[in-house]
Design a protein around this ligand. Structure first.
Ligand code: PRP
Ligand code: URA
Length: 209
């Protein structure tokens, strides 16, 4: 089964409270969602492999560490995943970005794929799939399937708020994908919203309704 990790660093918890608050407007929501994504990436890249490299400091030759050249990519699930991309790229500026468009039918809660554009070599990359909300898990599962169908072999799912139902759905369907969340909330409402959650992430990010 894939690992599920809640990254409950105090800064992450504090910032998450800001975006949960319904009085927080679009501008601050956008800024703080990206700040949380940046803090999360710092944590989830702890295990990236390093290799030795010889360099010369002003004092002489030395062997030091650098990233082992494992290629990375960030994959936002549109739309709301876009709200985490800049935060990820702050720390991994050279990462490629693949987009996957998915919307959830508001009545049936079934996900629908409408767009996929990936870097050509996703089979050789570690993919960080980002989406603020993991609710039923339908969108994340469909995104992971679409990526696997295109050759992806190494994926991590990074969400701000997860519902237990969504975590279980992804773990059951994709035991090879680890999940990282800033918070694990109580449950889903009858209409498929995470409670206490933060509302509709896409609408809050983009000022739509
Ligand atoms: C939201 C969210 C996830 C999905 C989660 O997207 O960003 O992608 O719902 O729900 P699920 O786990 O039950 O599938 P939405 O479909 O509202 O589209 P948007 O990002 O375009 O607003
Ligand atoms: N999508 C959202 O944007 N919010 C939820 O609470 C559930 C799904």
């Amino acid at each position: 089964m894939g690992k599920f990790t809640v990254l409950n660093h105090p800064l992450i918890q504090h910032k998450l409270t800001i975006i949960r608050d319904k009085s927080t407007g679009t501008k601050v929501f956008r800024e703080v969602a990206n700040e949380i994504a940046e803090l999360m990436v710092y944590e989830i890249t702890r295990d990236l492999p390093l290799t030795d490299v010889e360099i010369e400091t002003p004092m002489g030759k030395t062997v030091q560490k650098q990233l082992a050249g494992k290629k990375l990519a960030v994959v936002p699930i549109l739309r709301a995943g876009l709200g985490m991309v800049d935060g990820v790229l702050e720390l991994i500026p050279a990462a490629k970005v693949g987009h996957i468009g998915m919307y959830r039918d508001e009545k049936t809660l079934e996900p629908h794929e409408y767009f996929v554009k990936m870097p050509p070599d996703i089979d050789q990359r570690i993919l960080f799939i980002v989406d603020p909300m993991l609710a039923t898990g339908g969108s994340a599962n469909m995104a992971i399937e679409a990526l696997k169908a295109r050759g992806a072999k190494s994926m991590r799912l990074v969400v701000l708020v997860a519902a237990p139902e969504g975590v279980k759905a992804v773990q059951d369907a994709h035991p090879d994908v680890d999940i990282y969340a800033a918070a694990l909330d109580e449950k889903l409402t009858e209409t498929g919203y995470i409670t206490p959650g933060l509302g509709d992430a896409g609408d809050r990010l983009f000022g739509t309704k």
